[in-house]
Design a protein around this ligand. Structure first.
Ligand code: NAP
Ligand code: MG
Length: 502
């Protein structure tokens, strides 16, 4: 473990960035109508990074009006797909050109390791916009197989104004997963970043404008979820709302939609994903590497984190030993140090929650096999060691509830049937990993796991070509990524034409 949090290098980094702090409405930065701001902290130091516009319902209304006007005038919604493509491709190029700046902003604001921001978050954000842009002028509508007296077109049209509410764990990327398909299909968007992590999204909106996106297409309204998020989800002029976050807030979003204009709702919610290791696996070093990544990547603040390691009893001790060996190499420290794998948790209160779950695990009788402590307290940051519980049972709270921190619980099983039952014994169903050297078992068990993504012999959410969404309480209403994401941001229209018969 490193304890080299360098306050001076942090100060230098902060000085290098010119943070955008206003709301972004109708193509420009504006103060909140009430003139209020809130402080956004750096989770690695506890210091204030920037003061950001604290918007309220009036600001949401202003942004929605701008989006509505823009949607209805057709400047974007009726632009040719090739035209939209050109602008969004330029936007992706600008993200690439500003990748180092955006990675730094993301690392400072969210406490994410700079290496992950540089190698994953920001490049993937550009890839997301580019992928949807490239797709949009290659998708054909349909002609129905009618008789000669009719012509029936089945066409897709933008839903209009899309509201989006996103979390703090992958601030730019989760926003891109909504914005990419929503913008490519011709919608105008009003998006709320998580309170803690507005900075990268505000800069992205400015870059999109620089790329030629018309004013009013991409609006960002920062502020508290219970005010701004609720106002977006209740607004009568918002046609659809896409949400990524907790199951609890997802339930609220559904209610807001039901109580207002029955807008379309897309929910990407929490998870408690299993990693299943069958008895036949030979290379436990390989599994240990992936298992640690599944549990500890992004500090475990990851909706698809593989936080339940279900291992055949015969392999359990050997795998645990290797896993501990790998986990020792996950350095906790300054997120700006390229060697750091684990940065701080997002807030003090979230860190307290994670630490309290570690106490719960102890109290439930699981054995702490590694980690378990807050560390680097002298930095002022919210650092928690990667933590492994052995001897877990799937009915323990630490195996049932989403902790959203670097805490892994190991549970052993005797048979494939038991493994499937344990894996599926969860209110969630976002993702799962399966390790086996037997191709028959791979297919059989992958089909039996109730999860939106099943990764075989790896930890993965697939790539931009594959849909991502959950079973059960992990959400419904649509999927992020892939061409399937376009369905949720478009209306399906039938145009039925009658011709005189001869
Ligand atoms: P959260 O509390 O649900 O917050 C998510 C977003 O919702 C934030 O922007 C938040 O604003 C806003 N919000 C809060 N209360 C609201 C309300 N009453 N009405 C409307 N919006 C509201 O979740 P989080 O703690 O930020 O993120 C962690 C959760 O997200 C985990 O459960 C995780 O599994 C899930 N997640 C899921 C996915 C996925 O793809 N399925 C991806 C990432 C994360 P404030 O910031 O102002 O509170
Ligand atoms: Mg912050």
């Amino acid at each position: 473990m490193t304890t080299t949090l360098e306050q001076t290098s942090m100060a230098d980094a902060v000085a290098r960035v010119n943070f955008r702090t206003g709301a972004f409405v109708d193509g420009r930065f504006v103060e909140s109508l009430g003139g209020e701001t809130y402080a956004s902290e750096n989770p690695a130091t506890g210091k204030v990074l920037a003061h950001i516009a604290r918007c309220d319902t009036r600001d949401v209304d202003r942004a929605v009006q701008a989006a509505r006007r823009t949607a209805d005038c057709g400047i974007w919604s009726r632009m040719s797909p090739a035209g939209r493509k050109q602008i969004l491709m330029k936007f992706a190029d600008l993200i690439d050109a500003h990748a180092e700046e955006l990675a730094l902003v993301e690392s400072l604001d969210a406490g994410k390791p700079i290496t992950d921001c540089r190698n994953i978050d920001i490049p993937e954000t550009a890839t997301c916009f580019r992928w949807h842009a490239e797709a949009i002028d290659k998708i054909y509508d349909q002609v129905a197989p009618t008789g000669p007296e009719n012509l029936a077109l089945i066409v897709r049209e933008p839903v209009g104004v899309v509201g989006a509410v996103v979390p703090w764990n992958y601030p730019a990327l989760m926003a891109a997963w909504k914005l990419g398909p929503a913008l490519a299909t011709g919608n105008c968007v009003v998006i709320k970043p998580a309170t803690q992590t507005a900075l990268s999204l505000l800069r992205l909106a400015e870059l999109a404008s620089e790329a030629g996106l018309p004013d009013g297409v991409f609006n960002v309204v920062p502020g508290p979820g219970g005010v701004v998020g609720e106002a977006i989800a209740r607004h009568p002029q918002v046609d659809a709302v896409a949400f990524t976050g907790s199951t609890e807030v997802g339930r609220n979003i559904l209610r807001y939609a039901a109580e207002s204009n029955l807008k379309r709702v897309m929910l990407e919610l929490g998870g408690k994903s299993p990693q299943v290791v069958l008895e036949d696996v030979a290379d436990l070093d390989y599994v240990a590497g992936h298992a640690a990544n599944a549990a500890f990547w992004n500090m475990g603040e990851n909706c698809s984190a593989g936080t339940r390691l279900l291992v055949h009893r015969r392999l359990k001790d050997a795998l645990l030993e290797k896993l501990i060996g790998v986990t020792r190499q996950w350095l906790v420290g300054d997120p700006l140090d390229p060697a750091t794998r684990i940065g701080p948790l997002i807030t003090k209160s979230h860190m307290e929650t994670v630490l309290s779950y570690i106490e719960v695990g102890r109290g439930e009788g699981a054995r702490l096999a590694f980690g378990g402590n807050r560390v680097l307290t002298e930095t002022g940051g919210n650092f928690v060691e990667p933590t492994i519980f052995d001897g877990g049972r799937n009915d323990m709270r630490i195996a049932q509830e989403e902790i959203f921190g670097p805490v892994l619980v190991v549970v052993s099983f005797e048979s494939e049937q038991e493994a499937i039952a344990l894996a599926n014994d969860s209110p969630y169903g976002l993702a799962a990993s399966l390790y086996t050297d037997n191709v028959h078992a791979a297919h059989r068990v992958a089909r039996a796991l109730k999860a939106g993504t099943v990764a075989v012999n790896c930890y993965s959410e697939g790539d931009m070509t594959t849909p991502f969404g959950g079973y059960k309480m992990s959400g419904f209403g649509g999927h992020d990524k892939s061409i399937h994401a376009h369905e949720q941001y478009t209306e399906l229209k039938t145009i039925w034409m009658q011709f005189p018969t001869e």
